[in-house]
Design a protein around this ligand. Sequence first.
Ligand code: ATP
Ligand code: MG
Length: 193
Amino acid sequence: MKNIIIFGAPGSGKGTYSDKIVAKYGMGHISTGDVLRGEIKNGTELGKIAKGYIDNGQLIPDELMIDILAKTYDAEPAGKGVIFDGFPRTIAQAEALKKMLAERGHDMGVMIELNVDEETLMARLLNRAIEQGRADDNEETIKKRFEVYRTQTAPLAEWFEKEGMRNTIDWQKNNSMDAMLSAIYKVIDTANA
Ligand code: ATP
Ligand code: MG
């Protein structure tokens, strides 16, 4: 299986679709957000540093994040392919990922961009706040995360375009989770054909 980079704004469904993809194709799954929340829960040094950024809606510094990602990747079983969920979020992270994989003789694979309007995103995140109680799912922090996404992460889509990896799937066009999933599976099956 080729690696997959699932890309999109907070609340675009990266984690939700990743779980479905893992169940269908049996790949590895690296959610950097989950890794960081695990560190916070365990009260590690890294968790203490990460908490300050996450609660503020800001990104963890690239150098630190790249280091965490490489360690997490190397702990995954080889050969099954991995979904990168929430990484890369900056151009520097994307360049580092490309280099890290190339050093291991691996390929970045396919990028899937989930394109969802901010009104829908906000509604989903506020709903998730009630269901899961994540500290950063409050209106003020969500707005900061959108701003960070617009300025630091969204420009990366062009970077993937230049790499010839970009596949955009539009919520407005598909408008149901099943339709989104079919479109996602089609991209994956085509890439692996
Ligand atoms: P969703 O999970 O709904 O897509 P999200 O993308 O905001 O929402 P996570 O991916 O779980 O949520 O990330 C939560 C927070 O963890 C981010 O706001 C950021 O502070 C930190 N974080 C996660 N991944 C990275 C990364 N690659 N670089 C820097 N910070 C990160
Ligand atoms: Mg997530």
